[in-house]
Design a protein around this ligand. Structure first.
Ligand code: KIV
Length: 260
């Protein structure tokens, strides 16, 4: 199983693989297949049919993380701190401590760059491991008027680099870089000594993360350009359920093989 040290040491050595999970069933399937599992607040989109992550609360994240921890016993697990739970150092430390103690997760993830570096520092200096998250930050989508790709010009790229450096200095041991132009993500990755984990950030980050229900084709509402579907999950499930329904209606299930 990965440790914080081995994750940091992977920089410039090997690509890191992260996937989200929200429950024990799928976490068990992903266990030991990836370097890290993220209990992302994206669960609000795919599991909860909400249009953003804002309404996720701490108890939801704790519930889902406990389930993931039971499923993925041999994989490093990080958990998103939800919107509004890290507005200042004191609140962040109280809430992250609760998550850490109640779930057993190995790290928490915080959205925000330089402006949130003091929060990252408050956690890391109290022995809570932090994954940073910069670029397109879904918790800012409502206040920014949508999901906006970052790093489109030199000034924006400079800001991303400063953000990454600030949270690295504050103790983040790796940084998720989301929705960023490839060149900008490359500049960020080259500027820091901790691994960057890209999502919609091109080829030059130190690792990749995808939302499981996107990459396995279960989430059908929309497909961002960066998502590669490795399975047509929704089609397979719908076809199987339709077959089951038909067999029940036709009296074909259960047959001799499925009765006591
Ligand atoms: O919530 C989430 O799944 C995330 C990933 C998109 C990185 O933060």
């Amino acid at each position: 199983m990965r440790t914080i040290t081995s994750i940091k040491n992977a920089k410039n050595q090997e690509k890191l693989v992260m996937i989200t999970a929200y429950d024990a069933l799928f976490a068990r399937l992903f266990d030991e297949k990836v370097d890290m599992i993220l209990v992302g607040d994206s669960l609000n989109n795919s599991f909860n049919a909400q249009s953003d992550t804002i309404s996720v609360d701490l108890d939801m994240m704790i519930y889902h993380t406990k389930a993931v921890m039971r499923g993925a016993r041999n994989t490093f697990v990080a958990v998103d701190m939800p919107f509004g739970t890290y507005t200042d150092e004191k609140i962040a430390l109280k809430n992250a401590t609760k998550v850490y103690q109640q779930t057993g997760a190995h790290a928490v993830k915080i959205e925000g760059g330089e402006a949130r570096a003091h929060i990252v520092k408050a956690l890391t200096s109290n022995s809570i491991a932090v994954v940073g998250h910069i670029g397109l930050m879904p918790q800012f989508a409502r206040s920014e008027g949508g999901f906006k790709i970052k790093g489109k010009d030199a000034e924006d790229t400079k800001k991303l680099v400063e953000d990454a450096k600030a949270i690295e200095k504050a103790g983040a041991f790796c940084i998720v870089v989301e929705g960023v132009k490839e060149d900008a993500a490359r500049a960020v990755s080259e500027a820091v000594n901790v691994p960057t984990i890209g999502i919609g950030a091109g080829r030059y980050t130190d690792g990749q993360v995808l939302v499981w229900s996107d990459m396995l084709g279960f989430f059908e509402e929309f497909k961002p350009k960066f998502v590669k579907r490795y399975l047509n999950g929704a089609d397979i499930v719908k076809e199987a359920v339709a077959r089951y329904a038909q067999e029940v209606k036709e009296g074909k299930f259960p047959d001799d093989n499925f009765i006591y």
